[in-house]
Design a protein around this ligand. Structure first.
Ligand code: MF3
Ligand code: CO
Length: 249
């Protein structure tokens, strides 16, 4: 069942989203290449969300042990923070869910560490753009499949692939709600978008093949071919005036 949110509820999700956007920016600005570990980012995220009266929504979710997901290089999503030091040339996606005053927002960014290769830079640029191509389709009367196919076509046109095993989702009263929001599919398919729906749109884009595998830690998802992967995510409300991005400052 897809939960429709009132304007007052969307304001609450926006407040969670504003906090989340600020935390993601602060985390990315805190990284010193050769010094900062992904566990450092997790510890800082825990402090920042607590200070603001919020809660890290992933912590404890299905037993997830950390406050954020940190996925480095060929890691796609759900990377467990560790004592791994982030080095110049790495890319790290930071994914976080925040609960504030009973409402949830979800967002992710992929951050370049120091100097990265032109190939990695292009992957980040295309993945970020793919998110906005998807958001453009988040209009009253369109369908989930319009978001999904727009993202897939854009990504594949640029020579990359979209991950199939993991998808976006409704978000707001819970961290994961209906409907699933895939990054692949057919235009005109799936649920119709209505005013008051709130969606986490989150393309996961691989440099090589779309296949992924899960590491022995039972969380971290990596590309099967060990090529790079990137991930950007926003929480978006469907409104009469068009898509409203809620995970911005
Ligand atoms: N960010 C993931 C998503 O959007 C959720 C990860 S929850 C975790 O679906 F607990 F598995 F990390
Ligand atoms: Co999400």
């Amino acid at each position: 069942m897809i939960v429709i949110k009132s304007p007052a509820e969307i304001e609450k999700i926006r407040a969670a989203g504003r906090l989340l956007a600020r935390i993601l920016r602060t985390l990315s600005e805190s990284i010193t290449p050769g010094v900062t570990t992904t566990a450092d980012l997790d510890a800082l995220a825990a402090i920042l969300v607590k200070e603001a009266g919020g809660r890290a929504a992933f912590k404890g979710y299905m037993g997830y042990p950390a406050h954020i997901c940190t996925s480095v290089n060929q890691q796609v999503v759900h990377g467990l923070p560790t004592n791994r030091v982030l080095m110049s040339g790495d890319i790290v996606s930071i994914d976080m869910g925040v609960e504030l005053d009973g409402y949830y927002a979800d967002a992710a960014i992929t951050v370049p560490i120091g100097e990265i290769t032109p190939e990695a830079r292009r992957l980040l640029d295309i993945t970020r753009q793919a998110l906005y191509v998807g958001i453009d389709q988040a209009q009253v009367g369109k369908r989930i499949g319009d978001i999904a196919s727009a993202i897939q076509k854009f990504v594949e046109r640029h020579g990359y692939s979209v991950v199939r095993e993991l998808v976006g989702h409704g978000v707001g009263r819970k961290i994961h709600e209906d409907p699933p929001v895939p990054n692949y599919g057919k235009p005109g398919s799936g649920p119709v978008l209505r005013e008051g729906m709130t969606l986490a749109i989150e393309p996961m884009v691989n440099q090589g093949k779309p296949q992924v595998v899960c590491l022995a830690d039972k969380w971290t998802i990596v590309t099967e071919d060990n090529k790079l992967s990137a991930h950007f995510e926003h929480t978006v409300a469907i409104t009469r005036k068009g898509p409203l991005i809620l995970t911005v400052e």
